[in-house]
Design a protein around this ligand. Structure first.
Ligand code: NAD
Ligand code: TDX
Length: 334
């Protein structure tokens, strides 16, 4: 099976490649633009088993040429960080919307099986005391330029299925954690703050809830959908992992042997979504999928160990990332 993986040098894409080469018989090609979020070190150990193409999903000609040779396309490439989308939304529009459009056009021309990787953020947020969770029927209501661009890309995929009959599926997953996640994101930022002697940063009151899932569980679900999912369908992916940011941070501090109050509250994110929660019963009942990481504490402890053991991987990006946060604070000092 010839598989094109876009965004394969990023967090979830690189883990998907490691997972795929371990569990599947696949001929893997990676298309990645190597933005600040792409890291070749994330592919160390498998470099000689893949064909790596450095290029952008916004390059329609390149996308067409690659898709033509493929049986399956798994589309992870995106600008993925909400805070960056508040600072400069343009790359989110180009990559997440136009890039997806180019892939869909190539799939329409050449007929590969397409899987679109999306996020639960397209559904907006839930109140803390709302008993509801997101389902495949929740109306779209994105809050940030990032989630709006992902919502737009989902709509394009759905339209290309309905209007042109392309063989595509979609998945909307909750917050991932695990090895090789960029240090701009909440969990790795706090772990590496502790490892570099900096203070952990909690946005606002810290009561915002995220529904955490281990990246290997996400990728296992993506394969289940590619193998057994019904064409044109959307599947929500989640592992019943709702925890608020304050509790996640205190757990990290505890697991790393620090005082549980050794953090500071900082200015809240503009438009900050309050709560995400996934009802994954369609995925579980239709495709028989179940998460393997059912204890967040254990998965988090393993993730902390990975960052402890892989300083060479994250050290080069840490200062630059914190400088970006400091700049963001200067231009929006409220
Ligand atoms: P990431 O930012 O870690 O990686 C993105 C990768 O895409 C990088 O390697 C980057 O170089 C590449 N890329 C960016 N622009 C590109 C372009 N124009 N052409 C080709 N490659 C480009 O992101 P991630 O956290 O791994 O997220 C992967 C996908 O999963 C995204 O589509 C995201 O919306 C989705 N998702 C993420 C989460 C999460 O918790 N991280 C949850 C649900 C869904
Ligand atoms: O320093 C921080 N302090 C803090 O309190 C950072 C970086 C974040 N936060 C909060 C904001 C969120 O409530 O932690 C929570 C998680 O933040 P992020 O890691 O930035 O993730 P989030 O905005 O929830 O989005 C993530 O999950 C859905 C991914 O980045 C998206 O790509 C995915 O679609």
């Amino acid at each position: 099976m010839r598989v094109l993986i876009t965004g394969g040098a990023g967090f979830i894409g690189s883990n998907f490649i490691h997972y795929t080469l371990k569990h599947r018989d696949a001929d893997v090609t990676v298309l990645d633009a190597m933005t600040y979020a792409g890291n070749r070190a994330s592919l160390s150990g498998v470099e000689d088993q893949i064909n790596f193409v450095e290029g952008s999903v916004t390059d329609a000609e390149l996308v067409d040429k690659l898709v033509k040779e493929m049986d399956v396309v798994v589309h992870f490439a995106a600008e993925s960080h909400n805070d960056n989308s508040l600072l400069g939304p343009k790359p989110f529009i180009d990559t997440n919307i136009s890039g997806t459009f180019n892939l869909l056009e190539a799939v329409r021309a050449h007929g590969a099986r397409f899987h679109h990787v999306s996020t639960d953020e397209v559904y907006g947020d839930l109140a803390l005391d709302d008993p509801a969770k997101f389902t495949e029927h929740t109306p779209y209501a994105p809050s940030s330029p990032y989630s709006a661009s992902k919502a737009a890309s989902d709509h394009l995929v759905r339209a290309w299925v309905r209007s042109f009959g392309i063989p595509a599926t979609l998945s909307n997953c909750s917050n991932n954690y695990g090895p090789r996640q960029h240090v701009e994101k909440f969990i790795p930022r706090q772990i590496t703050n502790i490892l570099t002697g900096q203070t952990c940063k909690l946005y606002g009151d810290g009561l915002n809830v995220r529904d955490w899932i281990h990246v290997d569980d996400h990728n296992d679900a993506v394969w289940a959908i590619i193998d057994k999912g019904r064409i044109g369908e959307t599947y929500l992916i989640g592992a019943d992992g709702e925890v608020n940011n304050h509790d996640v941070l205190q757990l990290i501090l505890e697991l790393m042997g620090k005082d549980k109050d050794d953090y500071e509250h900082v200015t809240d994110r503009a438009g900050h979504d309050r709560r995400y929660a996934i009802d994954a019963s369609k995925l579980e009942s239709e495709l028989g999928w179940k998460p393997k990481y059912t204890t967040f504490r254990e998965g988090l402890a393993q993730t902390i160990d990975w960052y402890r053991d892989n300083e060479d991987w994250w050290k080069p990006m840490k200062d630059e990332t914190e400088a970006k946060y400091a700049y963001q604070k200067r231009i929006d000092p409220k």
